[in-house]
Design a protein around this ligand. Sequence first.
Ligand code: NAG
Ligand code: NAG
Length: 467
Amino acid sequence: MRLLLLLLPLVALVRGDDYCFGQDTSRLQTRQFSSKTAYQIVKGSDIDRQYLVPGCEPKKMWIFHRHGTRLPKKSMINNAARAAELRDLIVNNYKVAKTKPDTDALCSTDLLALQMWRWNASITPDQEEFLTSQGYDDLRGTAKLYQRYYPGVLPKEYNDTYYQFRHTDTQRTRESFRAFAEALFGSDNAAHPVEIPKEDLLLRPYDYCQSYKDLNYKGEGSEYEKYQKASLWTNTLKDISTRLGFQYTLEEEDIKLMYDMCRYEQAWQVDRSSAWCTAFLPEQVSVFEYAEDLKYYWGSGYGFPENGRLNCRLVQDLLTHLNNPTSPHVVAHFGHSTGLLTLLTALGMRKDDIPLRADNSDSQSSRRWKSSLIDPFAGNFVAVKYNCPAQLDQEQVVFFLNQDAVQLDWCSVGLCKWSDVLEKYKTISEADCGEYYCRTGGAPSLGSGLPGLLATAFAAILVYLMH
Ligand SMILES: *[C@@H]1O[C@H](CO)[C@@H](O)[C@H](O)[C@H]1NC(C)=O
Ligand SMILES: *[C@@H]1O[C@H](CO)[C@@H](O)[C@H](O)[C@H]1NC(C)=O
């Protein structure tokens, strides 16, 4: 004990002012991992003040839920060996080559954590993008939470008229649905999803719209690409390399691999620290976060007006179900990041007055479009419809994003009149989605199939007559 006390000042001296991830108890940068942020870290904490609307009774619920924490893609799993090489190079830099920088070096506990890092060898490429055990917990957690606040809307007895579930055709959304249902109804339940159509235009419209796929959101000339050519970015890569003891700047791919290792591991085990997160200073994480936000802003957000049209069917689904007093009373869809982001864009939520660009990251630090807070693993959008018998406007709704009431300027502290909702989203509710959702080359909706065919036939006749 006495020895330890004697050593303490020495340790402090040796540590200097170097940032130490392993000893940082707040670890605020883990709230900035964009779409790989852990739900538990960023979820809202005010729902106990927001769910109760005096004089109103919650009646219906509509949910769009992103899948929970997942494993990476095959390409990254296959790159685990490269991460091990980088680990050895860094340790070698510090211990053998002695190229540790004079300032901002890794603290000794962080270096040790990195040295001890091993890839979990049970994660193999055949499990790419599978839901992790934390991912199951994410969905069990949200189901339990909403059931606790809305026991009348989310009864514990499953009934397939009352409840309607749907997920996309992937392991991670199917298992997310199962975890959600298990938490609502118990493990031995009869809950089942509706059939997934061959072309899932409701939950994955972005797969069937060529003009959407053609939008340049991260290629040559995009804001994302410009940002990664600017000095802020290149200096950041250089600083990270120097900090890890390299005498040259690492390949961007290597740095992105370390960054992804950090983000995934941190999400898989929320209470522990990923050794790879030691490689980044908090301000460097902010630089990366902005790049991700740019990518999603242009890829799924307000950057291109097309993005807001993609979810025409989903918005109609939301409006139709909540407008109708009959069952299903609860509709829950389990989908993906792109679905959630383009839904919010269709609804005009989290919109900034000034577009996100490569050259304005400085002035965008309090932007509304923060993918980390909007679209973490298990990110979810929930609309709760209330009936308020004593009020002039008997129908009201609260929109929750990650269990935090969405503030809209046409609503009152998160509470929106249903008539205003219908008015605001009139363009979409009255649209023919087959036409509206995709500028060109989209698959026609079933609804517009007949008129579409007629139009084609008509055009053919005209062409015939003109000849
Ligand atoms: C390693 O991965 C497997 C498969 O995903 C998982 O079940 C296990 O909990 C992981 N082990 C650790 C120590 O994280
Ligand atoms: C299921 O719910 C519907 C609508 O709430 C109700 O009319 C029906 O009686 C329920 N069925 C069963 C078997 O409980």
